[in-house]
Design a protein around this ligand. Structure first.
Ligand SMILES: [Zn+2]
Length: 371
C-alpha cells in the first residue's frame, strides 16, 4: 500500500520524507480492526517531522509511517473488537511505556506518562496513519458517529482541548468557577478549536494572533461571535516588561480574562498571560516552544500575581480515550451551534503524493491529506 514515511538515507546519516510502497497491515488479534484511511490531518508536529525530520524511528527500522490525526472507516473487525464494518473511527496516538515504575501508563493514563518512554504512532517509535490502511487494537480505537464525517479528522486535536476542559473542571472545584471571558493566544487549528469550544460554553472570546485581520482564521473567530485582535496592530501600544501590546489591548476589554489558552508557543507570552489573567483564573499552556529563548522577566510581579490572586497555570499534552470521546461530543455541539464552521478550518486538501513536497508557508490554516 501507499504510505508517507520518514526514512533513513545515506547509510542512516540523513533522513527524508518519501512516498513508499509498504506492506498492508493485517489483523494480529481478535480485538484488532483494519481501518481504511479516509483523511489524515497535519499539525505543527507533522510540520516538524516533514520539514526537520524530527520524528523518532523505531529501533532497527529503516522507515516509519508518519501522521497521527486519523479519520477512517472499519473494513475488517476482529470478533472481540466491538466494532462493525463501516463504522467511522479514529485512533489514540500515545501508547503506554510499560515500565513498572510508571503508575500512569499502567492505569491507562499514558498521556501522563512519567518516564517519558512512551511511544506515539506517527511521531515516536511507532508507525502512524498516513497510509492506505491502519491496524489497531480496539482498546486504542474510538468510534466516530457517521454524522461527524465532514469534520471527524478534527477529533484528535479537539481531544487536546477537551483534556484542558476536563482538568480545568477538576482543578476549579477549589472555588465557584463561572468563567465569562476567554483569551486564546494563537489562531492555528488548536487555537481556533479552543475559541469555538469556549463560544459553545457561552464565553466572551478574544483571539489574539499574528494572522492578518482579514485572514481565514480571523473570519472564523468573528463568525463564531468572538473578537479577533491582530497582534501586529496591537504591538504599537506595547509598553512595560513585555512590550507585545497584549497587556494594553486586554486592558480595553472591560472585565478582564478568566481563562487563557496559550496556543502560540511564543514563550514570553506565557509570562505576560500570567499577569493579565483575572484573579482565580486558569492559564492553559498548549503551545510547544522549540527554541532556547532567555528573557529578562519581572519575577516579583509574576510571583505576586500568582500567589495573591490564586491563579492557576497548567501545561497539557496529548489526551486520553475520555478526551477523544468528549471531543466527538463537543464537535457535534460546535457544529450544532455554529453550523459549517468546523469544515472551514481545513483550508488545504492534499493527495498523498503531494505530502513530500508540501510547502507549509502556503497552508492557510490546516492541511488534510485525503486518501
Ligand atoms: Zn509511562
Amino acid at each position: 500500500m501507499k504510505a508517507i514515511v520518514l526514512r533513513k538515507i545515506n547509510g542512516g546519516i540523513d533522513k527524508q520524507i518519501a512516498l513508499a510502497d509498504v506492506p498492508k497491515p493485517r489483523l494480529q488479534d481478535e480485538a484488532d480492526v483494519l481501518i481504511k484511511v479516509l483523511e489524515v490531518g497535519l499539525d505543527g508536529t507533522d510540520k516538524e517531522i516533514i520539514v526537520e525530520h524530527y520524528g523518532v524511528m523505531p529501533a532497527q527500522a529503516e522507515h516509519m509511517i508518519i501522521g497521527h490525526e486519523l479519520l477512517g472507516v472499519i473494513e475488517e473487525a476482529g470478533p472481540q473488537s466491538g466494532f462493525a464494518i463501516g463504522d467511522l473511527a479514529t485512533v489514540l496516538v500515545r501508547r503506554p511505556c510499560g515500565l513498572p515504575e510508571c503508575i500512569h501508563c499502567q492505569e491507562g493514563q499514558q498521556d501522563f506518562c512519567s518516564t517519558g518512554r512512551y511511544t506515539e504512532r506517527g511521531i515516536r517509535e511507532a508507525d502512524g496513519f498516513m497510509g492506505e490502511y491502519v491496524v489497531e487494537n480496539a482498546r486504542f480505537v474510538v468510534k466516530v458517529p457517521a454524522v461527524c464525517r465532514p469534520y471527524g479528522v478534527l477529533v484528535e486535536p479537539q481531544s487536546v482541548v477537551e483534556k484542558i476542559c476536563r482538568q480545568a473542571a477538576v482543578i476549579q472545584e477549589r472555588l465557584i468557577w463561572r468563567p465569562q471571558t476567554a483569551l486564546v493566544i494563537g489562531s492555528g487549528p488548536l487555537g481556533l478549536l479552543a475559541a469555538l469550544t469556549c463560544r459553545t460554553m457561552g464565553l466572551d472570546v478574544h483571539v489574539w494572533s499574528k494572522s492578518a485581520a482579514d485572514s481565514v482564521n480571523a473570519d472564523i473567530v468573528r463568525r463564531s461571535g468572538g473578537h479577533y485582535h491582530y497582534a501586529d496592530e496591537t504591538r504599537a501600544k506595547g509598553d512595560g516588561p513585555f512590550a507585545s501590546g497584549l497587556t494594553e489591548t486586554a486592558a480595553e476589554w472591560g472585565r478582564g480574562i478568566d481563562w487563557i489558552w496559550e496556543c502560540s508557543g511564543h514563550s514570553p507570552l506565557v509570562l505576560e498571560a500570567m499577569t493579565i489573567l483575572n484573579p482565580n483564573g486558569m492559564l492553559a499552556l498548549l503551545g510547544v516552544t522549540p527554541g532556547h529563548s532567555v528573557i529578562e522577566a519581572p519575577s516579583d510581579l509574576l510571583n505576586r500575581e500568582m500567589v495573591l490572586r490564586n491563579k492557576c497555570v497548567i501545561g497539557s499534552v496529548n489526551s486520553s480515550r475520555a478526551d477523544f470521546e468528549a471531543a466527538v461530543a463537543r464537535l457535534q455541539e460546535i457544529e450544532h451551534q455554529l453550523p459549517g464552521e468546523l469544515v472551514q478550518i481545513t483550508t488545504d486538501v492534499l493527495a498523498i503524493e503531494q505530502v513530500p513536497g508540501i510547502d507549509f508557508r502556503k497552508i492557510a490554516v490546516k492541511a488534510v491529506v485525503r486518501l
